[in-house]
Design a protein around this ligand. Structure first.
Ligand SMILES: [Zn+2]
Length: 423
């Protein structure tokens, strides 16, 4: 049977923020694309399955990137000396405008999809740009690569430069056309409603997008409370709202369907209770928050409250697609928060951050991110044998932690999505 096998290797996954499971030289059994279980010894009933032998290598669930801008990937690692609003106007908007040109989009999205394919990411919630043709091209490339991503055509109809601003009706109509095209053309890639953020969208546009999401049961992604000058701007634009989150709520963009709110750096003390909504996922993006001097996010608070706090790369505010980097950056930022802001909020550890990038981020896409029975078999195999050291006797979790710190950008050895091996 296709998508059915027993994979042998050093297995690691989590079942909760505090509970990880490591099985050295264990077996991961997959039947028809779903995980049957991870075992120390291969149970007799599975002894006839074809074997994938990854002995000596790390076998982990695919990770999910809750927030990434494909249309910013080409300038990753550049222009890190500005804050959000200036950075958007000076660098980001001119770059995103280039995707009007399909030839440029073709070359750029080839690079993005190839790098994503060889990273630890198996699912991502992606912002493209306002351009429908280029965004559909991105969807085609992701579908061909075998990556089941959510892709949003970005909406912006105010406070944006002429070269990157839509007419309200055109924005709504082209979004509807885009959704229909994606839903009829692709099996893996799905659309996500993507208002850029409140400053970029008129109330009329936001309300129309809310109706589209609710009527069609589509997910939503946007930005929330990332940067101080952005917060001031939203306060001016929405004087009747009690908070940034409340402004989205008034526009119908709060948890009507499952929704990613990226950043939430300044939500604590203003709108943290609203983030407990069962339909809200927080995309914590520690690398971006550091690069753009946005601020220190308190992941510990939301994790302990049982909020759905996952991780995002937020390229190109973040420098890299590596979710292993997002994991180690989340650990580091939580240490700075604890040290400099609030010593009652103890740092998150590697295991907790891994759980955020695998299970919690993954839950936005379905039952993915773990090797518990019934999960989609999204699998990544890492080869840590090239790390020179005299240290011996490390456990599986220790080897994975070391790999995350030392080889976050290395192409992964093998990857499967829903039990189908991509390479
Ligand atoms: Zn973003």
């Amino acid at each position: 049977m296709e998508r059915t096998f027993a994979a042998r290797g050093d297995i690691y996954y989590t079942s909760s923020p505090s509970c990880s499971l490591s099985i050295e030289d264990g077996w991961l059994v997959v039947v028809d694309g779903k995980v049957e279980g991870a075992f120390r010894h291969l149970p007799e009933r599975y002894s006839n399955l074809p074997v994938k032998d990854f002995s000596g290598k790390l076998v982990i669930p695919g990770l999910s990137d809750l927030h990434v801008h494909a249309g910013q990937y080409q300038f990753r690692g550049l222009w890190m000396d500005e804050e959000l609003i200036q950075w958007l106007n000076t660098h980001t908007f001119p770059e995103e405008a280039k995707y009007r040109d399909e030839g440029y989009a073709d070359r750029a999205y080839d690079i993005f999809v190839d790098d994503l394919l060889h990273s630890t990411t198996t699912r991502a919630s992606i912002f493209a740009t306002i351009h429908p043709a280029a965004t559909l091209m991105l969807c085609r490339k992701l579908e061909k690569a075998g990556l089941p991503c959510l892709v949003g055509k970005v909406n912006m109809d105010r406070n944006s430069p002429d070269f990157l601003c839509e007419d309200t009706k055109e924005s709504i109509d082209s979004t509807l056309e885009y959704i229909e095209e994606v839903e009829s053309s692709f099996r893996l890639v799905r659309p996500v409603i993507t208002p850029r953020f409140i400053p970029s969208c008129t109330d009329e546009l936001s309300r129309a997008l809310s109706s589209i999401a609710n009527e069609r049961g589509l997910p939503v992604q946007t930005h929330l409370s990332e940067n101080l000058s952005e917060l001031e701007w939203v306060k001016e634009l929405c004087p009747e709202s009690t908070s940034y989150a409340d402004a989205y709520r008034r526009l119908g963009l709060w948890g009507g369907t499952r929704t990613v709110m990226a950043h939430c750096v300044y939500s604590l003390g203003h709108e943290e209770d609203m983030l407990e909504d069962a339909n809200i996922w927080i995309a914590h993006c520690p690398d971006s928050n550091t690069n753009l001097s946005s601020g220190l996010m308190c992941a510990r608070y939301y994790l302990d409250r049982g909020c759905r706090i996952g991780l995002g790369s937020d390229v190109a505010g973040g420098t890299t697609l590596s979710m292993l980097r997002a994991i180690t950056d989340a650990v580091k930022v939580s240490k700075m928060y604890w040290r400099h802001v609030d010593q009652s909020m103890k740092p998150i550890c590697f295991r907790e951050a891994f759980h955020m990038a695998s299970v919690i981020s993954g839950s936005f896409f379905g039952r993915v991110g773990s090797f518990e029975e019934g999960c989609d078999a999204d699998i990544v195999v890492l080869d840590d044998s090239s790390i020179p050291t005299t240290v011996e006797g490390l456990g599986v979790e220790e080897r994975l932690e070391r790999y995350a710190y030392l080889r976050p950008h290395a192409p992964v050895a093998h990857k499967a999505v829903q039990g189908r091996w991509l390479f």
